[in-house]
Design a protein around this ligand. Structure first.
Ligand SMILES: Cc1ncc(COP(=O)(O)O)c(C=O)c1O
Length: 409
């Protein structure tokens, strides 16, 4: 069998503050920059180009680690993996609003059933490489589940805090996968405060979204993989369910790195940040032309993964949206539910509510004219629909009674 993680040259040069652009040394443990902003990992892109070709990549297994030269882990022994396979791009012709082609990228196939595996396998691998043994995180559910799994696999202790109404399955999977988990009677930002305050008191490393630099690098593989799957081309538009924004920021970083290397030519995709009307800080800031998005009061939506009232990477999300000529848009919960039902009933595809939000937004924007039916679109379904409460199905048959076959027409 092919060695899944052969040693390979690595190309990280340094880290850079996403806001001030000052530099930080690679191979050291970092949280936020001095300005309190996310750090972005920088690579010698020329070096990557000299070292590896598209053909070399194609000969490797179809996993996230295919893109090793684009990733920060230096030594193979530090890779913490649970099998991060490529996720399929599924055409959904019955949902198609027009002549263009619509695909769903189904991230529910990844370990722990969500795209959070991409970010957390990278962040945990880097934490292992840098000697971290104790980590803590606020979560709306899926990220905590991925941290529980990868943290346990790496032999780390993990402490996870989630809002009290986090889906039951998430809380239980976190506990089952060996982490310590607490429900908190607040929102994800309240959980984040507990993690921040515990840094000095308990000595754990803060794994909050974008407060360590490597989750973005894992999420970046959504962009690398998408371009690879499409023959080193990209769709016209990407609809992405946006909470903390790591995925959107990561994909935009991937497309720009590929463009700088000359592996992508032409127009990059328009990045559309999809939020729920009950929690839409990015949409409000986008529409107001602001660079930052203040806290959204009384955040609520059935799409718990995107219930993020305030994001430390707000300016990076808004920058990606604007640089790509995309936009931010919000959809109501009833439209999210209707989109979820439509997708499962017409295509047999059970989306998660956050994924369904992207389909609801796609339909809404076809109607508004911001997206044309001629354009190709990729909708991100970031978790399996099986992780969420489902409507009851309560028909039954009593084997002691004659079966009434007339009901089966
Ligand atoms: C299913 C799902 N979709 C989308 C998101 C938002 O992800 P991001 O932090 O990349 O914006 C989350 C985050 O918890 C999620 O669980």
């Amino acid at each position: 069998m092919q060695d899944p993680f052969p040693e390979s040259p690595t190309f990280v040069t340094h880290l850079e503050c996403g806001m001030q652009h000052d530099h930080y040394e690679a191979d050291q443990l970092h949280g936020l920059s001095k300005a309190g902003k996310p750090l972005l990992v920088k690579y010698d892109l020329d070096g990557i180009k000299q070292s590896v070709s598209k053909e070399d990549l194609a000969a490797r297994p179809a996993t996230l680690w295919r893109y090793r030269e684009f990733l920060p882990v230096r030594k193979s022994e530090n890779i913490v993996s649970l099998g991060e396979i490529h996720t399929p791009l599924i055409p959904v012709p019955r949902l198609q609003g027009g002549k263009g082609t619509v695909w769903i990228k189904d991230e529910g196939r990844l370990p722990t059933g969500s795209f959070k595996a991409r970010g957390l396998c990278m962040a945990v691998s880097m934490a292992k490489e840098l000697g971290v043994t104790k980590v803590a995180m606020p979560t709306n559910g899926n990220a905590g589940a991925a941290l529980a799994a990868y943290g346990t696999r790496a032999g780390m202790k993990s402490y996870i805090f989630c809002p009290a109404d986090t889906p039951e399955i998430n809380v239980r999977e976190i506990a089952a996968q060996g982490a310590n988990v607490w429900r908190v009677n607040g929102l994800i930002n309240d959980c984040g405060k507990i993690v921040g305050e515990g840094k000095d008191k308990v000595g754990w490393f803060d794994f909050s979204t974008l407060k360590e630099p490597y989750r973005i690098e894992g999420k970046k593989t959504m962009g690398l993989e998408l371009a690879d799957q499409m023959g080193w081309e990209v769709p016209d538009v990407i609809f992405y369910p946006t909470g903390g924004g790591t995925g959107l920021i990561g994909m935009w970083k991937a497309f720009n790195e590929l463009k700088e290397m000359g592996w992508l030519t032409g127009k990059l995709p328009q990045m559309v940040a999809v939020q729920a009307s009950g929690c839409a800080p990015m949409v409000k800031a986008y529409e107001a032309g602001e660079e930052h998005a203040p806290l959204w009061e009384n955040a609520h939506t059935i799409a718990s993964g995107i219930r993020v009232p305030v994001a430390v990477g707000d300016f990076l999300i808004l920058r990606a949206v604007r640089e790509s000529n995309g936009f931010a848009t919000a959809v109501d919960d009833d439209k999210i539910s209707a989109a979820l039902d439509e997708c499962s009933q017409k295509e047999g595809f059970l989306m998660c509510p956050e994924g369904a939000a992207t389909y609801a937004a796609y339909k809404q924007e076809l109607e508004s004219g911001r997206v044309s039916p001629d354009e190709s679109a990729v909708l991100f379904n970031c978790a399996t629909g099986l992780k969420y409460p489902l409507p009851p199905a309560d028909q039954s048959i009593d084997i002691n009674e004659p079966v009434d076959y007339s009901m089966f027409d």
